[in-house]
Structure formats: C-alpha cells, structure tokens
Design a protein around this ligand. Structure first.
Ligand code: HEM
Length: 257
C-alpha cells in the first residue's frame, strides 16, 4: 500500500516535471520567434555591415543564446528520462549547449560593439550595457570553471565537491541577470526607436504594434525564466546521485558531480 502511494507520488512529480519542461520549450521557441519577428518586420531585418541592420543581430543572438539556449542547457540534468543513464553524455551535452549559448552571446556583443564603433557611438555608457557585460563575463567564467572542474580529468574530487553548489547557485544568478539585461535592453531600444513624429514612428506611449510585440517578448522572457527557475529549485526534480554511476568512464568522470 505504502509502495503504491509512493509510486503514484513519484508519477505525479514526473508528470508535473514534463508539464513544466514542455512549457519551458514552448516559451523558449516563442521568445526566439518574437525577437526575430520584431527585428525583421519592424527594424528592417539583418545585415553585417555596421548599419542598424547589424545591430538587429544583437537582441536576436542575446535572447537565443543567453536566455533560451542557456535556460534549456541548465535544466538538462533534471529530465527524469536521463536519470537511469550514464552522466557523461549529458555532461557533454550540457557543456555543448552552454558553449553554443556563449558563442551566440559573444557574437551578439560583437554585433553591437561593431555597430557602435562604425557609428562612433560611445561604448558601455548605459545601465543595460553594464549589467549585460557583467552577465556575459560571469557566464564565461562559469563555463571555464565548469569545464576545468567537472570535465577535465585532473580536477580533484574535493574541488568538484566545493565547486558544485557554487556552480548551481551562480547558474541561477546568471539566468536572472540575463533576463534583467534583456528587459532593460528591450525597454531602451523601444525608447530609442519609437520617438513619434521625429523619426516617422508612432510614439511608444501610443503602444504601436511594434511596442506590443516587443513588450510581449519581455513578458515571454520573464515567464521562460520563471519556469526554468521553478524547475531548478524543485528538490524532487534533482538527478539522484548514486555513488559510482560514472566509474566506468574514469578518469573523465570520476564522480557524480
Ligand atoms: C542577455 C542579454 C543582453 C546582454 C548581455 C546585452 C549586453 C549589451 C552590451 C554589453 C551592450 C553595450 C555595447 C557597447 O557599449 O558597445 C549592449 C548594448 C545595447 N543593447 Fe544589449 N544586451 C542584451 C540584450 C539586449 C536586448 C534583448 C536588447 C533589445 C533590443 C538590447 C538592446 C541594446 C541596445 C539598444 C544597446 C545600445 C545602447 C547601449 O549601449 O545601451 N540588448 N547590450
């Protein structure tokens, strides 16, 4: 009787995980669709020539990299389907998705720095850019430390044990900072772009369709972040850590961290 009750509690937990995970995937796709539509339909599309069209890569790559890919990479270990399997392929996938996220965000930063350079606009003057550059620097550090601590064979077990809680905590912080960067960036862009009659657009205050789409993008990013943080914070959805699951792959995976 107790075993049956235990089984049904676990089933309910797994079903609610997959519901959250599906929501996370759908919101992630919606974020990429909205940021792409905004920049292609209302901001003129994309180019890499120092023009405003080059700037448009910035939001698309930052949202795709530092929010959507990053968030999906962060919840990979929580997928119950992967729990019975060796951790090595999932570690490599986690590192790979995070690397892709990092490359997207570096390219996204190149787009805006190069655009500023071509147009003699000063760098790093806004609150958005300060938070944004710190977020990317933290993410780079986190990725390098993750590689050194969890994937390289010479990393001692004591270092892994010390690093793991810090890595998990910092991972959540980076996601929150990415969302803050995106929200501030969207807001700043709308204030720059929707000036009303001076540049032939409707003023932001009138909530033109562009503002509606960009504001909705902000809401979607926040919703995505909340779902990812919900998945990360639920203790029941943490990968169970058996003592010697990875021993077969020693020394790359000496531990289960
Ligand atoms: C995680 C996401 C993001 C990060 C880390 C980030 C980071 C940055 C950085 C470091 C700069 C300064 C570039 C320079 O000084 O040359 C910048 C500029 C800018 N970003 Fe973002 N950004 C993010 C997302 C966004 C989004 C979604 C938008 C929406 C359109 C946006 C809009 C802008 C604008 C308008 C500028 C130029 C003005 C300024 O320097 O503040 N950003 N961003």
């Amino acid at each position: 009787m107790i075993i049956l009750a235990d089984c049904s509690t676990r089933m309910r937990s797994i079903v609610s995980f997959y519901f959250c995970y599906l929501l996370c995937l759908c919101l992630g796709i919606a974020c990429v669709v909205f940021v792409s539509i905004w920049n292609s339909q209302w901001r003129g599309g994309f180019a890499w020539d120092g023009s405003a069209l080059q700037f448009n890569w910035h939001p698309v790559l930052m949202v795709t990299g530092l929010v959507v890919l990053y968030g999906n990479g962060a919840v990979l270990y929580r997928i119950p389907l992967t729990w019975g399997q060796n951790k090595l392929p999932w570690k490599l996938l986690h590192a790979g998705v995070m690397l892709l996220a990092l490359l997207c965000s570096i390219l996204g930063l190149c787009a805006v720095f190069d655009f500023h350079h071509t147009n003699s606009t000063p760098n790093l003057y806004s609150l958005h850019s300060w938070i944004g550059i710190c977020t990317t620097a933290l993410f780079t550090t986190q990725w390098v430390m993750g590689l050194a601590g969890f994937l390289l064979p010479w990393s001692p077990m004591s270092f892994r044990k010390l690093l793991k809680p810090a890595h998990v905590w910092m991972g959540g912080c980076i996601l929150i900072l990415s969302i803050v960067s995106c929200i501030s960036g969207i807001n700043e862009k709308l204030f720059f772009a929707l000036k009303g009659t001076t540049n032939g657009t409707m003023p932001y205050g009138n909530l033109p369709p562009e503002a509606l789409v960009a504001n909705s993008l902000g809401v979607l990013i926040v919703a995505f972040g909340l779902v990812v943080l919900k998945i990360l914070s639920n203790q029941k959805w943490q990968r169970p850590e058996p003592q010697s699951e990875d021993l077969g792959y020693s020394p790359l995976l000496q531990d289960d961290s």
